[in-house]
Design a protein around this ligand. Structure first.
Ligand SMILES: NC(=O)c1ccc[n+]([C@@H]2O[C@H](COP(=O)([O-])OP(=O)(O)OC[C@H]3O[C@@H](n4cnc5c(N)ncnc54)[C@H](O)[C@@H]3O)[C@@H](O)[C@H]2O)c1
Length: 256
């Protein structure tokens, strides 16, 4: 029997690494992303290793599109065993300059989408009699304050809260729900953040990142694979008794 995972934001970065890892662990993986080009690249890369993938191009800020994506996976493979809510965006802007549009964009994709994708995937799991796994990619920005990422941090704190509520609501159905909170990961998103922070601080992007790394106890930023390994754990039989947890994968920056 094929076990099926859905990974959102699989067109690049952390989502691509999660898709690669879950394929390696034997899942057929539905790759969902707004960016069709990124999806095709991920599918091509994973296909070279013989992985079974399905490309679903969708703007997940529309709830109807989330529902269609979940349906498409069900029609293709007949079941969903795991959902990884990874698609996300950030806005890095000083607190006093944050706009209504920034707030709405952050809370829509990073939180509302996570809630409804969790609800829709859980319904599909229940209908299929599947004891599934849901993993939400939050952030250590949801653990403490961020002077220049207030809306992003609020959304990610909300993801941790939704993870706990969903874990309680779905436990009796045999579905576990956990979150991974990455620190600083080597992706395009981190590049963008340090491009912006460096301009605000009047330093180079390299110096901005160097100062960040100086604060990481393990002395380096994370690779996307570091995050993917934690996701794979939550999706594995080893995590069968773990639910409602939020695991920091951050080299020790955040300890609560
Ligand atoms: N990079 C980091 O340091 C870091 C740290 C903590 C948490 N995170 C979280 O990890 C997740 C992945 O981050 P990343 O660094 O790989 O980012 P990224 O920007 O490299 O990739 C994000 C992916 O999400 C997709 N996406 C964006 N909007 C979408 C939409 N409306 N519908 C569907 N797909 C959409 C993009 O096309 C892209 O492929 C995000 O939730 C992010 O908040 C990242």
């Amino acid at each position: 029997m094929t076990t099926v995972a859905v990974v959102t934001g699989a067109g690049q970065g952390i989502g691509r690494a999660i898709a690669r890892r879950l394929c390696g662990d034997g899942f057929a993986v539905a790759l969902v992303d707004l960016n069709a080009g990124g999806l095709a690249e991920t599918a091509e890369e994973l296909g070279r290793d013989g992985a079974q993938t399905l490309q679903v191009q969708a703007d997940l800020t529309e709830i109807g599109n989330i529902a269609r994506a979940i349906d498409q996976v069900g029609e293709a493979w007949g079941r969903i065993d795991a959902l990884v809510n990874n698609a996300g965006r950030e806005v890095t802007r000083p607190f006093l300059e944050t706009t209504e549009a920034d707030w709405d964009a952050m809370l829509t994709l990073n939180l509302r989408t996570v809630f409804f994708a969790t609800q829709l995937a859980a319904r599909a799991m229940i209908a299929g009699g599947v004891h599934g796994r849901i993993v939400n990619i939050a952030s250590i920005a949801g653990r403490s304050g961020r002077a220049d990422q207030a809306a992003y941090g609020a959304a990610k704190a909300g993801v941790i809260s939704v993870t706990r509520s969903a874990a309680l609501a779905l436990a009796a159905r045999g579905i576990t729900v956990n979150a991974v909170c990455p620190g600083v990961v080597d992706t395009a998103m981190t590049q963008r953040i340090h491009d912006i922070r460096s301009k605000m601080a009047g330093i180079s992007p390299e110096e901005s990142l160097r100062r960040m790394i100086a604060r990481i106890p393990l002395g380096r930023i994370a690779s996307p694979d570091d995050v993917a390994r934690a996701v794979a754990f939550f999706c594995s039989p080893q995590a069968e008794y773990v639910t409602g947890q939020a695991l920091n994968v951050c080299g020790g920056i955040e300890m609560d």
